[in-house]
Design a protein around this ligand. Structure first.
Ligand code: PGA
Length: 254
């Protein structure tokens, strides 16, 4: 049985002081039964990780801590980068890897995404590897080819247990921050397709790997998305910044 996961990607929002309030407010709105049903994760910017960690540990919160990126090397002359080991030391348990904004705005390629996935796993954290097609690719019928290849290349060289332990986020690029959401059928279909891609190469790992949908997920559309058999949760950007909205989205069944 796969446990649902709802992760908030705060992107370049929230100072370390904002983060303290956001995590606390979110925690007031959730109770034990919510955490039993859904793994809840927040991914603040690097500069807010330490504060978020402190609140989570001091208040014994069941909110998981995630980062939005990392480098694949342990240490070295990589000005401006943050290593997986540094994140692991902050009790970070999830790292978003290969988000489309990283790929489109910062030139990340599948090979680097693959190295990052491996580095994150090597430090005992869970990668949330993002894949997704552009609007043009969808219109030209290349969605499956694009996301299938991103999954094969991003997870290349991993054994089935490693693949089973991680998270894939399907995020159509045209749906991110635009207010456009993939139809629940499209989201479900691509998630099923990706599970098939994993099955082809990693067998039973496909039954265990969690596949999320992301792209303009809101309290009003999450229930339909979560109802799809192969969708195991959501990666949420804009709607995760307001703790009230994020909490009502997490409690999508209420
Ligand atoms: P959005 O972002 O929910 O604001 O569309 C999703 C994401 O980029 O992870």
């Amino acid at each position: 049985m796969r446990k649902d996961l709802i992760a908030g990607n705060w992107k370049m929002h929230a100072s370390h002081l904002d983060a303290i309030q956001m995590v606390q407010k979110l925690s007031y709105r959730l109770d034990l039964s919510d955490y039993e049903r859904v793994d809840v994760v927040v991914c603040p910017p690097f500069t807010a990780l330490r504060s978020a960690q402190t609140v989570i540990e001091t208040d014994h919160l069941l909110i998981g801590l995630g980062a939005q990126n990392c480098h694949w090397e342990e240490k070295g002359a990589y000005t401006g980068e943050v290593s997986p080991e540094m994140l692991a030391k902050l009790s970070v348990s999830y790292v978003i890897v290969g988000h489309s904004e990283r790929r489109q705005l910062f030139g990340e390629l599948d090979d680097g995404v693959n190295r990052k996935v491996k580095a994150v796993l090597a430090h005992g954290m869970t990668p949330i590897m993002c894949v997704g097609e552009t609007e043009d690719e969808r219109e030209q019928g290349y969605t499956e080819e694009k996301v299938g290849s991103q999954v094969r290349l991003g997870l290349s060289g991993l054994d089935p247990d490693a693949v089973a332990s991680l998270v894939i986020a399907y995020e159509p690029i045209w749906a991110i921050g635009t207010g456009k959401t993939a139809s629940t059928d499209d989201a479900g279909q691509v998630a099923s397709y990706l599970r098939g891609v994993v099955a082809e190469q990693w067998g039973d790992a496909a039954e265990r790997v969690r596949i999320l949908y992301g792209g303009s997920v809101k309290p009003g559309n999450i229930a339909g998305i979560m109802a799809k058999a192969d969708v195991d949760g959501a990666l949420v950007g804009g709607a995760s910044l307001d703790p009230d909205t994020f909490a009502s989205l997490i409690r999508y069944w209420v």
